[in-house]
Write a protein that binds this ligand. Structure first.
Ligand SMILES: *Cc1c(COP(=O)(O)O)cnc(C)c1O
Length: 382
């Protein structure tokens, strides 16, 4: 494991040492329930609210607008199912895109079973939503739109400011899944025309199993978990205090290091492309050429199928991915690449490298050289 070159940070990231250190006391000494009124409970409550303040300040939101969840999936489900259910008497039409994470797509499919009508917007060949398509899809009974900030497979960044401004004018609630954009793009929620925004700790070197939904003032959302009155009666269940404290520490580290991380990822991308250019092998970068997350590089090597490449890379200790972790291991094409209508050979040979804080530029070069070797070896054996 230690010698492995890990380029699958869009799937998950290792916990930062500072995060682990911040969490440990909350798994041992400070174990109180934040809802308890005694001293132990009050101490836990204080830590919970300090963590909320830190995460809110990192994303430019008010502390009371953050609801802690069990991760990005729950935040997406709460926004979509909770947001639609709370408005079901106003209208039953929801708009999303064909390239969302399954946490959004499957929540929308659930809404369809519950009697809602869902429009799944197409994207262009760069993976971008077209404003005209959104404008045409809006109906008098549209109550919610969910369009992701940055895509987890190809990295394309959607025009969410333009989208949000249009929806504000129409009075339609707008949710964005910002799980991949968070910690990488320097957005401030206070400056974005969004009503709900999902984030997850384990994609930014925090622990797995914790995330948050930003919920704007007066945005109606019905709870999807029922029980105690935690999180201002919006999300029942005893809070994952250690996880939340770790999440807060991860945002503090990200605040300090974000610009350096992004600069390194951009350098890593450039180095990899330069290696392939020099080796004179055919490659095709998928996603938008400019509006793209810096830590994601999705690239196709025509003639070498995704699974073949991933297996050959794994043999030399390099971990890359085929896009969404959930569909890997199956031969099904990624729904994102299908929606982008890429040529069959491009779609069938796409792999994703996603960078993280422990990667070095030299590792990127090694990985790119390994890819080049695999491509030429397989070409020779044909
Ligand atoms: C990882 C991911 C999720 C799910 O988050 P979890 O915390 O793993 O539940 C949702 N959306 C996107 C874009 C993601 O990358």
């Amino acid at each position: 494991m230690s010698d492995m070159l890990y380029f699958d940070h869009a799937a998950t990231t290792p916990v930062h040492p500072r995060v682990l250190e911040a969490m440990t006391p909350y798994l041992t000494q400070v174990f109180g329930n934040p809802s308890s009124v005694h001293g132990a409970g009050r101490e836990a409550r204080k830590a919970l609210e300090q963590a909320r303040d830190a995460i809110a300040s990192f994303m430019g939101a008010e502390a009371q607008s953050l609801i802690f969840t069990s991760g990005g999936t729950e935040a997406d489900n709460m926004a979509i199912i909770g947001g639609a259910m709370a408005q079901r008497e106003r209208g039953r039409h929801v708009i999303t895109t064909q390239i969302e994470h399954h946490a959004v797509l499957h929540a929308c499919e659930y809404l369809e079973q519950a009697g809602f009508d869902v429009t799944y917007l197409p994207v262009d060949e760069t993976g971008s939503v077209r404003m005209e398509d959104l404008q045409q899809a809006v109906r008098p009974d549209t109550v919610l739109v969910s369009i992701m900030y940055g895509n987890n497979e190809v990295g394309t960044i959607q025009p969410i400011v333009e989208i949000g401004n249009f929806l504000r004018e129409k009075g339609i609630i707008f949710h964005t899944d910002a799980v991949q954009a968070f910690g990488v793009l320097p957005f401030q929620v206070s400056e974005l025309p969004v009503d709900m925004l999902s984030v997850s700790a384990h994609k930014i070197n925090g622990p797995k199993g914790v995330g948050a939904l930003y919920l704007g003032r007066k945005i109606p959302v019905s709870p999807i978990l029922h029980g105690g009155s935690q999180e201002r009666k919006r999300r029942a269940g005893t809070e994952n205090l250690a996880g939340i404290v770790g999440f807060a520490e991860a945002t503090k580290v990200a605040a300090e290091e974000r610009a350096d991380r992004v600069a390194k990822y951009e350098q890593m991308k450039a180095v990899m492309l330069a290696v392939w250019q020099e080796a004179n092998i055919a490659y095709h970068v998928n996603g938008h050429p400019e509006h793209v997350l810096p830590h994601i590089l999705n690239v196709s090597f025509p003639g070498v199928h995704t699974e073949t490449m991933l297996m050959n890379l794994d043999l030399v200790g390099i971990a890359a991915a085929s896009g969404s972790a959930c569909t890997s291991g199956s031969l099904e094409l990624s729904h994102v690449l299908v929606a982008m209508k890429l040529a069959d050979e491009i779609a069938r040979s796409a792999i994703r490298f996603s960078f993280g804080i422990t990667n070095t530029v030299d590792e990127a070069k090694q990985a790119a050289q390994a890819v080049a070797q695999i491509v030429s070896r397989l070409a020779r054996s044909k």
